[in-house]
Design a protein around this ligand. Structure first.
Ligand code: AMP
Length: 170
């Protein structure tokens, strides 16, 4: 299956000069979406993963079905002000702008094996902030995975020391 054909390129969104990789066209394709989740599940089937960490919001779309298929828990890492219980936060900058990510303080137990999931790796700031949150909660980051990687932005440089995997590279 060629997932690349299911991803739509939208130039100049959300601002001039950004080529936005639109995954909604993949999500609406039943076979394509199932294939993407199946590939992720195959990779972690026997890896004793305790929790999938999904980064808001497109990381939720891939992370939640993956957790279900693996039979493990799902933890949302969210944009500021969304989580109801006591949380910790990390600020970061991204390809276009600045933001903050938060996680509940009791989301993980020490040493739990986690995989962080997002739709796309651009400059790596978002994923690094999520990894920092997990490290502060003493989770064991098995890997940080993305459906899509924009290699020319060198996001992996920010994630040195972690296993990083992507299924589609541009
Ligand atoms: P970064 O922190 O720079 O790695 O940015 C990654 C986050 O921004 C991911 O959550 C992506 O969903 C989103 N993002 C950044 N650049 C793009 C792009 N060119 N196309 C689609 N999503 C993007």
């Amino acid at each position: 299956m060629d997932l690349d054909k299911l991803i739509r390129n939208v130039p100049d969104f959300p601002q001039k000069g950004i080529m936005f990789k639109d995954i909604t066209t993949l999500l609406s394709d039943a076979e394509g979406f199932a294939y993407a989740i199946d590939k992720m599940e195959e990779r972690y089937r026997d890896k004793k993963i305790d929790k999938i960490i999904g980064i808001e919001s497109r990381g939720f779309i891939f992370g939640a079905p993956l957790a279900y298929k693996l039979g493990c828990g799902f933890i949302p890492v969210r944009k500021p002000g969304k989580l109801p219980y006591e949380s910790i936060k990390e600020d970061y900058s991204l390809e276009y702008g600045k933001n903050t990510l938060e996680i509940h303080i009791d989301a993980l137990r020490e040493g739990e094996r986690v995989v962080i999931i997002d739709d796309l790796l651009a400059t790596g700031g978002t994923a690094k902030a999520a990894a920092n949150l997990i490290t502060r909660l003493k989770g064991d980051i098995v890997s940080i995975d993305f459906l899509v990687e924009l290699e020319f932005l060198n996001g992996r440089d920010k994630l040195k020391g972690y296993s990083v995997h992507s299924y589609l590279k541009y």
